[in-house]
Design a protein. Structure first.
Length: 127
């Protein structure tokens, strides 16, 4: 089954997200990808991935992805959060991460975990 993954990164983590996506590009090309607006735009432009883009995070993009997750349409989230910068939409960010816990969906919020999740999903897809 095609893996459905949401990719989200705060501004200071976007370069990390691009590097991560490049590393797993071959696998990610075979997934159904969703992203918040700005993250998605960069993934399309700089990595050449096909991504369904939602609104930018501060405009409700995290909530849109959270809603999809609650409906059972997302298998994993890579959410590279910036723990050092206050975000205007902090409640939305918390709601998305909480939804992952409520619905038992894998949620990687830092690079180390993102590598573990993506390498595991990639290995599963190769079986
Ligand atoms: O703010 C975000 C996640 O909380 C990310 O939104 P953008 O991808 O639009 O920058």
């Amino acid at each position: 089954m095609t893996c459905r993954i949401a990719l989200i990164a705060h501004d200071k983590k976007k370069d990390d997200m691009i590097a991560l996506a490049r590393e797993y590009a071959e696998f990610l090309r075979n997934c159904k990808l969703y992203a918040t607006g700005t993250t998605g735009g960069r993934l399309v432009k700089e990595v050449g991935l096909e991504v369904e883009r939602k609104h930018s995070g501060p405009l409700g993009g995290d909530l849109q992805i959270g809603s999809m997750l609650v409906e059972g349409h997302i298998d994993a989230i890579i959410f590279l959060r910036d723990p050092m910068t206050p975000q205007p939409h902090e409640p939305d960010i918390n709601a998305l991460v909480r939804s992952c816990d409520v619905h038992n969906v894998a949620c990687a919020t830092n690079l180390a975990t993102a590598h573990l999740v993506l390498s595991q999903l990639q290995a599963g897809a190769a079986k």
